[in-house]
Design a protein around this ligand. Structure first.
Ligand SMILES: NC(=O)c1ccc[n+]([C@@H]2O[C@H](COP(=O)([O-])OP(=O)(O)OC[C@H]3O[C@@H](n4cnc5c(N)ncnc54)[C@H](OP(=O)(O)O)[C@@H]3O)[C@@H](O)[C@H]2O)c1
Length: 235
């Protein structure tokens, strides 16, 4: 068994592409997301050693139970790719719903912290690496991303920096990954959904997977604090 990677949001988009690339690079990959059928499709297309572990990342108990299952079965966690995320079309001050605001923050920020917190002893033991999938909007102010999305993704920069600042002595490394536009189903949540021509100009999930793989496979003395990856046409 190779190193063990836990990917959230593994049933689609970037998470699926990362899972495939990590399997090809020899990692054992644990796949999480809510849709069991989507995770199964990822596992089937990735080949190699995958474990499907469906869960809702907002459920703290489910996250802790999943961490225990991974460690019981594989004995270690060497890497995390935290790609589960959401937005909403009604995202501005003029049309947001406050319950949705809280849910976006719970998925994009709260759940990232929950998974990191649950796996910190494992990351310490393995000199592990966590790739926190944030956003261009978490790196540079982008009002069209919405109130909840901008706030939650921007906060991930602080999550990564506090983790790196306090856990460096334990060998834990985290990367604040800030992708620009990527052609995935995520775009269907925009108030105006981009057409095929616009999607052609965007990054692909495989572009992100290649970047993530570089971070995952960097030697344990290398920390890549932040990466911004955008299509040439990014605004
Ligand atoms: N596409 C872009 O342009 C773009 C740009 C910058 C950053 N991002 C970020 O990149 C990440 C991946 O997005 P993507 O573009 O690959 O879109 P995606 O295909 O829609 O992926 C989002 C994933 O999050 C999972 N998810 C959502 N809520 C969840 C929950 N409560 N519990 C568990 N899993 C949950 C979804 O799976 P289930 O529905 O099965 O749970 C889905 O697989 C997100 O964090 C997004 O904010 C996207």
């Amino acid at each position: 068994m190779g190193r063990v990677l836990w990917v959230t949001g593994a049933g689609s988009g970037m998470g699926r592409a990362v899972a495939r690339s990590a399997v090809a690079a020899g990692w054992t990959v644990v796949l999480s997301g809510r849709r069991a059928d989507a995770l199964h499709e990822t596992a089937t297309s990735a080949g190699g050693t995958c474990r499907e572990l469906p869960l809702d990342v907002r459920d703290d108990d489910a996250v802790r139970a999943a961490r225990d299952r991974v460690v019981d079965e594989f004995g270690r966690i060497d890497g995390l790719v935290l790609a589960a995320g959401r937005n909403t079309p009604r995202r501005g001050w003029d049309d947001q719903e406050i319950a949705t605001f809280h849910d976006v923050v719970a998925v994009n920020l709260g759940a990232v912290v929950t998974v990191l917190d649950a796996t910190l002893p494992d990351l310490r033991a393995s000199s592990g690496v966590a790739v926190v999938v944030s956003s261009y909007a978490g790196w540079s102010f982008h009002p069209s991303a919405g109130v909840a999305y901008s706030a939650s993704k921007t906060a991930l920069g602080s999550v990564v920096r506090t983790l790196n600042a306090t856990e460096a002595g334990n060998g834990v490394r985290a990367c604040h990954l800030c992708p620009g536009d990527v052609a995935t189903d995520f775009l269907d949540q925009r108030p105006t959904v981009p057409d095929a021509a616009a999607r052609e100009r965007m990054l692909t999930p495989d572009d992100i997977a290649r970047t993530v793989q570089f971070v995952l496979d960097s030697p344990t003395h290398v920390r890549i604090d932040e990466l911004v990856v955008s299509p040439v046409a990014q605004r």
